[in-house]
Write a protein that binds this ligand. Structure first.
Ligand SMILES: Cc1cc2nc3c(=O)[nH]c(=O)nc-3n(C[C@H](O)[C@H](O)[C@H](O)COP(=O)(O)OP(=O)(O)OC[C@H]3O[C@@H](n4cnc5c(N)ncnc54)[C@H](O)[C@@H]3O)c2cc1C
Length: 596
């Protein structure tokens, strides 16, 4: 692990502006960002000033498939096509997005320029340049935004990929917190790290645990700022709940170190208030925990022969969940499918193989003995030593990054392969309240799940609802900007679908738009069935509907007014605007024009 000393800058780092640029900044309309070709777009000489300030790391990003448009048979085009199934490759491209678009919502588009930041000073230079020249800014970590919030045409991209320092602390005390905060084991992560980097350092090497994301190649800063869940969140709370300190460059170009003792309100906003909104995070320090002895799971698929038998199967599972699984051990997914099957792919922390099997035995025995049910994928449960969970080598569940020179520590879950580069037809999510597990409410929940599954597969992400988590995890998760409804939900229901990658410029058969729109409508219809039993349910901003009209309430609940005040305080000019981000309602959909 590379350990470089982290920057400690307390003051602004203004990039010297030439006199014409200062004049231009004064006379430009504050209500519209400039685009290439506009009179006030920076001159080549001004871009050169920025390039020099950031040590030459100013790029002109290309669309992923630009090489294929230039020369379809060329080596560069072959390189993109061959690597398109590798999320690490996509993340390494300044014009890369891990989602190739969303029907009627957004299409990937490269920025006009990108600063590939090496450190916080580079970020401050980029922020100051963008503010002075009235540019549209976009920030990118590992590029996993479903909502497309880390790419924007005609913008200046601040690209965090290269900030990959990691430092473990036995006794972390935040800046300015001596005597006010108990020393805490923690890890500091550069904002370009992905979760696999964090898990390798914290778990595989140091035998501890940090709460991060489930998908190994997701970026640490994007996930924490949206709240963030991993497979074991039911035991440890949201990822945001573990944030002790952040280093962030705000719209005024200042590098701030925020924690419980310094600017605690900004720390709170960064805990789930949304990425690309309050500033550019350059470093995060997260609490680490004792590693449970075991990690494991339960798996298998059961198919019912009739609608009646499927209702019985769902009801039996809901009852079983509520009696035996509604606790900090069990997370991840159960899918309720249109072909009348229930697919179990759950994980657990803290239970040995024998203990995990004992939990599931009654349910498995019932399923195997029922004449109306068929086991279509073998049922099982288990557990093993937790420390090897994220090991790449010799782990059949992990796909390594096989490119020459790639880090041997980089790999991703087989189960996430289908998502790499996917094009979305639709997506929605809602937190299902634990009150629906009350015996008197269970029949309504079962009927809603059955009806929804007739329209589209429903994924119950048990780890993304924090009811039944330990009290300390709930308390810490409530001290974030997320919708507090997350702590009363037993699961996040996700309904989503799409198709194989469809990047602009990629050679592929034309999309069947009618079928794609039918699919989108089916997703909406399934979500509507679930909303009948949870009309007030919130939604997880990182995994939500691009077209959600009540996103402020759904993502943040009663926290929205507080977030809006903080946005006005830290970014009064709206330098950081993303789709469905705090304050974005004051801007046009493309983020270029201030509406009010
Ligand atoms: C395949 C896939 C799997 C996923 N799995 C999970 C999961 O297991 N659990 C979960 O909770 N979520 C998951 N997500 C959602 C994911 O957590 C969010 O999309 C997250 O915001 C991605 O962060 P990123 O850095 O990878 O993406 P990016 O697209 O780079 O960033 C996402 C947002 O955060 C902003 N941002 C990124 N870095 C910074 C920074 N340093 N400072 C300020 N703003 C920044 C960007 O501007 C953008 O608005 C998944 C998404 C995908 C596509």
């Amino acid at each position: 692990m590379q350990r470089r000393s982290l920057l400690k800058l307390g003051a602004a780092l203004p990039l010297a502006l030439s006199a014409p640029a200062q004049l231009a900044a004064r006379v430009m309309s504050p209500f519209a960002r400039v685009r290439p070709g506009d009179p006030y777009w920076p001159t080549p000489a001004q871009w050169d000033e920025l390039r020099a300030a950031v040590g030459g790391n100013l790029l002109e990003p290309q669309a992923l498939f630009a090489p294929c448009l230039a020369e379809a048979g060329g080596a560069a085009c072959a390189d993109v096509s061959q690597n398109l199934n590798n999320p690490f490759y996509i993340g390494d491209q300044p014009g890369g997005t891990q989602v190739s678009g969303w029907l009627d919502a957004w299409t990937p588009a490269p920025s006009a320029y990108a600063v590939k930041a090496r450190n916080a000073q580079d970020v401050a230079h980029a922020v100051n340049f963008a503010r002075a020249h009235n540019l549209r800014v976009v920030v990118k970590g590992a590029a996993h935004s479903y909502l497309g919030t880390s790419n924007a045409p005609a913008s200046l991209l601040i690209w965090m990929r290269a900030l990959t320092d990691i430092r473990l602390h036995d006794d972390f005390v935040g800046a300015g917190c001596v005597g006010k905060m108990a020393p805490t084991p923690a890890v500091s992560l550069g904002a370009g790290c992905m979760w696999i980097d964090a898990y390798t350092a914290v778990t595989t090497r140091a035998g501890r645990y940090v709460q991060g994301g489930g998908c190994a190649d997701v970026g640490v800063a994007g996930l924490v700022q949206s709240g963030g869940f991993g497979s074991f969140s039911k035991g440890f709370g949201s990822a945001a709940a573990g944030l002790l300190e952040a280093e962030v460059v705000t719209a005024d170009g200042r590098l701030r170190i925020v924690n419980a003792c310094q600017e605690p309100e900004l720390l709170w906003a960064l805990k789930g208030g949304g990425g690309g909104t309050f500033g550019v995070v350059t470093r995060l320090t997260l609490r680490t925990h004792e590693l449970p002895e075991f990690f494991g799971g339960a798996w298998g698929t059961i198919q019912a022969s009739s609608d009646a038998a499927f209702r019985t199967l769902i009801a039996r599972f809901v009852g079983f969940y509520s009696e035996r699984l509604a606790n900090p051990h069990w997370g991840e997914q159960v899918k309720v499918k249109p072909d009348r099957s229930l697919e179990i792919s759950m994980v657990q922390q803290g239970l040995s193989r024998e203990a995990a099997r004992a939990v599931w035995q009654p349910f498995f025995e019932w399923a195997k003995s029922s004449a109306d049910l068929r086991i279509t994928d073998e049922l099982g449960a288990g557990g093993h030593k937790a420390q090897s969970w994220w090991e790449i080598q010799g782990n059949p569940s992990m796909i390594p990054d096989k490119r020459p020179g790639a880090s041997p520590n980089h790999g991703y879950w087989q189960g996430d392969q289908g998502q790499v580069g996917a094009f979305l037809h639709g997506y929605d999510s809602l937190w299902l309240p634990a009150a629906l597990l009350e015996p008197s409410a269970q029949p309504r929940l079962v009927e809603a799940l059955f009806s929804a599954s007739q329209r589209k597969e429903v994924g119950l992400h048990i780890n993304k609802g924090l009811a039944f988590a330990p009290p300390a995890a709930v308390e810490a998760s409530l001290d974030t900007a997320m919708n507090p409804g997350v702590t009363e939900a037993f699961a996040l229901a996700i309904i989503a679908d799409g198709e194989r990658p469809t990047y602009p410029g990629e050679s592929r058969p034309p999309m069947d738009l009618d079928a794609a729109h039918r699919d989108a409508r089916a997703i909406d219809a399934a979500a509507a069935e679930l909303r009948k039993v949870a009309p007030q349910a919130g939604s997880y901003l990182s995994e939500s509907n691009f077209f959600n009209q009540r996103w402020q309430r759904d993502y943040f609940g009663p926290n929205y007014p507080r977030l809006k005040d903080l946005k006005k305080h830290y970014d009064p000019e709206g330098l950081f605007i993303v789709h469905h981000g705090v304050g974005s309602e004051d801007w046009s959909a493309d983020g270029f024009t201030r509406l009010r």
